[in-house]
Design a protein around this ligand. Sequence first.
Ligand code: AOY
Length: 479
Amino acid sequence: MDNCCFDEGSNIILLSDSYKVSHHRQYPPNTTLVYSYFESRGHQKRGFPETCFFGLQYLIKKYLLGPVVTEAKIAEAREVFKLHFGNDSLFNEEGWTYILKEHDGHLPVRIKAVPEGSVIPEKNVLITVENTDPKCFWLTNYLETLLVQVWYPMTVCTNSRAQKKLIAQYLLDTSDNLDGLSFKLHDFGFRGSSSVESSGIGGCAHLVNFRGTDTISGVVCARKYYGAEMAGFSIPAAEHSTITSWGRENEADAFRNMLTQFPSGIVAVVSDSYDVWHACEDLWGDQLKSQIEKRDGTLVIRPDSGVPHEVVIKVLEILGKCFGTTLNSKGYRLLPPCVRIIQGDGISFDSLGEILQAMKEAKWSADNVGYGSGGALLQRMDRDTQKCAFKCSYAIINGRGVDVFKDPVTDAGKRSKKGQLTLEVKDGQFVTMTGGTGDPKNDILVTVFENGKLLKDYSFNEVRANAEIHLVRKANEAK
Ligand code: AOY
């Protein structure tokens, strides 16, 4: 576990925005509690009205557990802030030294959150944070910067889950069963990710919903932070270099080599190096056809360019003509089990829907095609996709509890909730109870962190069970 891609050290004092360093002097005098919450305030074009909450456990385990404040970290922060601000008066050295001395370096805060994998409608509380030592009122929002980074795994997980729902609906309509669903959307996103850490967390978030990935950092993340021995799987597959290095005239030899090197199981071969129609019709569909049919497994042909819904349909028609088709129980066409397609170029929620709809209209079963997604799966999103925000809603000042909120005249959508919050279910719907009107006994929020300790450790299986889509739950009940 030490020799993986998640082993750098960090200094909690430096994991915040610069302006927060001066905030301990800005709250009203005699503030003893700052209570804040995190929500999805809504969603944008690429976002969704319900979020699948995921990734807080990673942030807590990596950055918050145990004695995270040390003399050496305080000294490093002193040096950094003196140079960064041009003086040494802003750094709350007294506050951090207090945590070191009085709490042995453990953060005196309580974090409650919805269970990982929960699917919660927008505009509901997902996390609350409060200080547990009145002297550390300033710490609650010092942690905002780090905690709000949960927007990323949560947004990846939400988008990946929406794609799972989309594929499941088309499988239900055009195939015999949902059996292949968990391998239908494969993560190709490692190279398009902004960092190794991001690819790991994002790749792990995708694996909440699916089991196919080429992002190895994602399975490492699931192992280290969610106890999943192996959360994702892959297969031998070609890239352009392994095909084009044979030369344009020898593409058939390159393809044949793939079939002989990998004589059984699933093997994927990128087939658009020169002319994907020729590759499908004359190479796979003619010269190599009998070898494919005799093979003990499935050849997955990967087109990788062109307009996705047009290319997929045309490749299906060529392969159908060469290999034949059968009709399934719903009357849709299925290729023989020795050959399938994976579309790994240009896949996003929108293009996926276009492909699935075009296939349905042409009477092709959704079973015939799998998908690979990279940039749109792990990178093409930001904090505003689900409008993620962290705001103070309650404080104790001079011993009196006060509701705290913002309500900008310039944007009613940025109004924040007031008071202490609970998340409850009323008439089968999630509701956030504000202003202390909720009943703590019915609160769905779970205390996951308190004073340096992890109070709840979710297994990856628990996360997956919480996130499971309705159509799969229904299919499993029927079994
Ligand atoms: N992988 C399924 C297994 C993976 C890949 C990874 C960027 C695979 C391709 C395939 O079949 O073709 C990163 C592009 C492709």
